[in-house]
Design a protein. Structure first.
Ligand code: CMC
Length: 434
């Protein structure tokens, strides 16, 4: 195969380099195209644009494959822990027992947040969405904890990483407790990362929380499969904002804001709300499917479709297995699960969904899993954010270490008015009279 692509523009021939990834993915390098031809490429929503090279996560949307640092997520979900997977993403290799124990100790040592941060929470209006609170809290962390310069020593970066990973989880649980007007529960040195989170969420002085290690495992798995997803919207936001050389906390805060959106990580909340609406309307999913197909109706089937996966999202069977396991263990049923299964069955057999390659994505069943753990619905996107944090950090770190990294600054094709003169205020005609 040629290592150059040929482009003919205005009768002139240009050769563009082709780059190839380790899994055979090919890309045409157009970075010099504008300089050489005066043309830019046009790709709204970056549907076909590679913004970087990356050695972190591999996705194959046609065959439903997802691997972190080469390891299939199915294996990580079976054997790993969230802390170990975070280490793998951030450092590139699975930790040795000593490395893991050092990393876990760092997370434990930095789990508390400054007491003055509680004042931020108390000034938020009741009912504020926890994702908005979390995003500003992460930005505020920088004022309380010294910033690490981008190209500093590994140990200093490790410290900031540990702070962020540990404190984000503490802040999330705090935001829940404070929003309920309950006493804040502090992290415990005795507990692991996931058990600690559940304990901070649900323990109370009047009713001690009894840790169920099957629920802890379900949370581990949920966070493992959420941990990275290559250049998705929030990760690209982290890289984009970080490319201006702003600090890590501000970059992560941008990622949280992006993840909040209903087309991205906010979809898990939207799915459960949609399933509730189906239940309240009698339980038949078909009218909702018809609405999703109607081009005049902005409604979309939440938890369906993906930019990259044109087949089943490989995270879905893992989540489904966890949902069944946890509901059985807790001896519970969830009426929304049956509605979700009926909706899935009807949608995947509908010609519109088949033609458009629309299958359930990770958010379709994750809300049901989180409900089984008693996580309130407005905390669902926050749960996703805690899981995605190691991915954001590793992608930020990779971009900072990349000698070819540039300021992210897309171009545009201008479609506004051409050159015209300024009109004095007294000569202007109001739009309605024109
Ligand atoms: N329901 C109905 N139609 C859909 C849906 C859906 N959920 N998703 C895509 N389509 C249709 C869309 O109308 C368009 O049809 P046509 O070509 O006839 O105009 C076609 O499929 C392509 O849609 P698109 O919006 O151009 O595709 P995209 O790659 O930009 O969209 C998506 C990806 C995830 C934004 C979209 O599928 C969607 O809105 N899904 C619902 C929200 C959701 O579940 N988001 C979670 C995504 S996975 C987790 C994560 O990223 O955090």
């Amino acid at each position: 195969m040629s290592d150059k692509a040929t482009l003919i523009l205005d009768g002139k021939t240009y050769e563009l380099p082709i780059i190839e990834g380790t899994e055979g993915e090919k890309a045409i390098d157009i970075s010099k195209l504008f300089k050489e031809t005066g043309y830019i490429t046009f790709d709204p929503g970056y549907v076909n644009t590679g913004s970087c090279t990356s050695a972190i996560t591999y996705m194959d949307g046609k065959n439903g494959i997802l691997r972190y640092r080469g390891i299939p997520i199915e294996q990580l979900a079976e054997h790993s822990t969230f802390v170990e997977t975070s280490y793998l993403l951030i450092h590139g290799e699975l930790p040795t027992p000593d490395e893991l124990s050092h990393f876990s100790s760092l997370l434990n040592d930095h789990s508390l947040v400054h007491e003055d941060m509680k004042a931020f929470f108390s000034n938020y209006p009741r009912g504020a969405h926890p994702m908005g609170i979390l995003s500003s809290m992460v930005n505020a962390l920088r004022a309380f904890y010294p910033e690490v310069p981008e190209r500093s020593h590994e140990e200093e970066i490790d410290l900031t990483v540990a702070r962020l990973l540990s404190k984000l989880r503490t802040l999330a649980a705090m935001s829940y407790k404070i929003s309920r007007g309950h006493l804040v529960i502090y992290p415990s040195h005795e507990l692991g990362y996931c058990a600690n989170f559940l304990n901070m969420m649900f323990d109370s002085p009047v009713k001690p929380y009894v840790i169920d290690y099957d629920v802890v495992r379900a949370l581990e798995v949920f966070w493992i499969i959420s941990a990275d997803h290559e250049q998705n919207c929030s990760t690209s936001a982290v890289r984009h904002v970080g490319s201006a050389r702003v600090n890590l906390y501000a970059s992560i805060s941008a990622g949280i804001s992006a993840l909040w959106g209903p087309l991205h990580g906010g979809a898990n909340q939207e799915v459960v709300e949609m399933l509730e609406r189906i239940k309240n309307s009698g339980g038949d999913p078909r009218p909702f499917i018809e609405r999703a197909k109607d081009k005049e109706d902005p409604f979309r089937l939440m938890g369906f479709g993906h930019r990259v996966y044109k087949t089943y999202d490989p995270r879905v069977p893992i989540i489904k297995k966890m949902v069944d396991r946890i509901l059985e263990k807790l001896e519970r049923t969830d009426p929304l699960l049956e509605i979700a299964q009926n909706l899935e069955e009807a949608a995947v057999n509908d010609p519109y969904f088949i033609e458009h390659d629309l299958y359930p994505n990770v958010d379709f069943y994750s809300g049901i899993l989180l409900r089984a753990m008693d996580i309130p619905v407005n905390m669902f996107p926050v749960m996703f954010a805690i899981g995605r944090l190691p991915g954001w950090i590793s992608q930020w770190k990779e971009s900072m270490d990349d000698p070819n990294q540039k300021l992210c600054r897309p171009r545009q094709v201008y479609t506004g008015p051409t050159n015209r003169d300024y009109i004095p205020r007294d000569k202007r005609i109001s739009r309605s009279k024109r």
